[in-house]
Design a protein. Structure first.
Length: 290
């Protein structure tokens, strides 16, 4: 199930920082019209750390209802508490999610055995498939390949979102996992590199705004049309960079607001972009549009 283009969708807020359901619906419809294979709700791009538990579960439930089976839905359900991650996961399953995204436990930095037991307990608690999320830069701990291979034996653990930034590790993973286990890029700018090594797609930030363009890149790479894929990748490369000149999701949400998809509203500690960086972002956007 986990291959192709999945969008890590933002969570739109109104000016008073309440959940903006109208903007949320508009964003989802934009994704589906752009041809995405699935949508990831309440990941880091969705500002999950600032959502209450009630909001977290409601966004997933409402997202499933709006999508209505047209694409796959992955629910961000991770936590640095195994018990809490299990609760999130079971509620997401109850609310109709097709799969789960489970990030490495952050801040408490478990060792490899702790990572293994954390993910194994979660996988044992649900019946829907799980994509692990390896992002050392945000979590402070790396999911080593040997640990991933142990976890890949569990029938519910079927994919990994690789955002370690380490192409050598990604290559090692791709060479080692079972044939039915998928490896997705967690970085837009490494999508093509990963797919050249037989990776399976991307969980994308830029596709919030440009789903059709990102879908084109993934489809070209999937069909091994490398010359055309390189052209598209080059056209998007500056936006890949600009979407991370400040902490995600600040730049992508700023662009979405500029295009009237949502308000330019964040919950602290996320803030509006600096004037200098916003000007650079907008210059890059105007250049892309030509």
């Amino acid at each position: 199930m986990f291959k192709g283009l999945y969008t890590a969708i933002v969570t739109p807020f109104a000016l008073d920082e309440s959940f903006d359901e109208a903007a949320f619906t508009k964003l989802i419809e934009h994704q589906i019209a752009g041809g995405v294979d699935g949508i990831v709700f309440v990941g880091t791009t969705g500002e999950s750390p600032t959502l209450t538990h009630e909001e977290h579960n409601y966004v997933i439930k409402r997202g499933v209802e709006i999508v209505d089976g047209r694409v796959k839905v992955i629910a961000g359900a991770g936590s640095n508490s195994t018990k809490e991650a299990i609760e999130f996961s079971q509620l997401a399953q109850k609310n109709g999610a097709d799969g789960l995204l489970q990030v490495n436990p952050y801040y408490n930095k478990p060792n490899q055995e702790g990572l293994y037991q954390h993910f194994e307990h979660i996988a044992d608690s649900v019946e829907i498939p799980i994509m692990l999320y390896n992002i050392m830069g945000r979590c402070g701990v790396n999911l080593e390949t040997a640990t991933l291979l142990r976890l890949a034996k569990h029938p519910n653990i079927v994919s990994v979102k690789e955002a370690s930034g380490n192409l050598a590790q990604m290559k090692e993973v791709l060479d080692s996992v079972p044939s039915d286990f998928t490896v997705m890029s967690g970085d837009d700018n490494l999508t093509l590199d990963l797919m050249k090594m037989d990776g399976h797609g991307v969980v994308s930030v830029l596709s919030n705004l440009l789903p059709a363009e990102m879908k084109n890149l993934v489809d070209l790479a999937s069909s091994e049309n490398w010359p055309e894929a390189e052209k598209v990748n080059k056209q998007l490369s500056e936006l890949f960079r600009l979407c991370f000149i400040e902490p995600n999701p600040q730049p992508i949400k700023t662009l979405l607001a500029h295009q009237d998809f949502c308000k330019e509203t964040f919950r602290l500690p996320m803030v509006n972009m600096s004037a200098e960086n916003k000007a650079e972002l907008m210059k890059g956007w105007e250049s892309f549009k030509g």
